[in-house]
Ligand binder design. Structure first.
Ligand code: CMP
Length: 227
């Protein structure tokens, strides 16, 4: 198995497959590099492929007619995107942009659907990931409709901890926090509110900030407080 095969084996939807099948998947797709800020998918265009992130980071967002953006998710190594259009045949549900130089593995629709038909374990793992995304979306709907500014910002921090954070002895570290404007677009609030709230969290000893790093000092307590 080559390097690409090893990377694909880390992707949760492929991790239960035997090496021969991983080798077949390597043959069915192709690798492509997208530089920082390049647009990978555009909301409403026709979807013809599934993308797996070998290395990098992308943001999934939707925009209003007046140009405002809401960020739905940030995805990183071993995540995938583009499955929704492949599965329901409708247009792309969101725009996906590279937040850093990103190496992607692209599988065309027909090949991906063939894989799902031949390997039900991929379908089950795919359902599990889609369920996790629905839970995150539910959490966000609750935050946007019921919570105050602190609750909205905390929900975004918890989502990032889940997506890109690393846990060590109860402390979760998010190594590269998105820009404050991006955090605002995730929380449905303003950049000023993000800045004010993060400083309030730091003063209360809930988080520690160090450049673009953010640590949630007691993850369990933080998630219980803002659940
Ligand atoms: P698709 O609609 O084909 O193209 C845009 C992709 O963004 C979509 O498939 C999903 O892979 C991804 N996406 C859309 N909404 C979300 C979300 N709420 N969380 C994570 N990923 C999403």
């Amino acid at each position: 198995m080559n390097d690409l095969g090893e990377c694909l084996q880390m992707v949760p939807i492929f991790s239960d497959l035997p090496i021969e099948v991983i080798d077949q998947i390597v043959q069915t797709g192709n690798k492509k590099t997208y530089t920082k800020d390049s647009v990978i998918l555009v909301e409403e265009e026709i979807g013809t492929a599934l993308f797996v992130i070998i290395k990098g980071k992308v943001k999934v967002s939707r925009s209003s007619n007046d140009g405002r953006e809401v960020i739905l998710s940030i995805l990183t190594d071993s995540d995938f995107f583009g499955e929704m259009s492949i599965l329901d045949g409708l247009n792309r549900s969101a725009t996906v942009v590279a937040l850093e130089d990103s190496e992607l593995f692209i599988i065309q629709r027909k090949e991906f659907l063939d894989l799902l038909n031949k390997h039900p374990e991929i379908t089950i793992a795919l359902l599990s990931e889609l369920t996790r995304r629905l839970r995150n979306a539910d959490m966000k709907i609750k935050a946007l409709s019921l919570k105050d500014a602190e609750g909205k910002v905390a929900t975004v921090i918890l989502q990032l901890a889940d997506d890109i954070g690393k846990i060590k002895q109860g402390v979760v570290e998010i190594e590269k926090l998105p820009l404050q404007q991006d955090l605002a677009n995730m929380a449905g609030t303003s950049r000023e509110t993000i800045s004010r709230t993060l400083h309030a969290f730091a003063r209360k000893g809930l988080v520690e900030m160090d450049g673009s790093k953010l640590r949630i000092l007691d993850y369990e307590k933080f998630s219980e407080t803002f659940a």
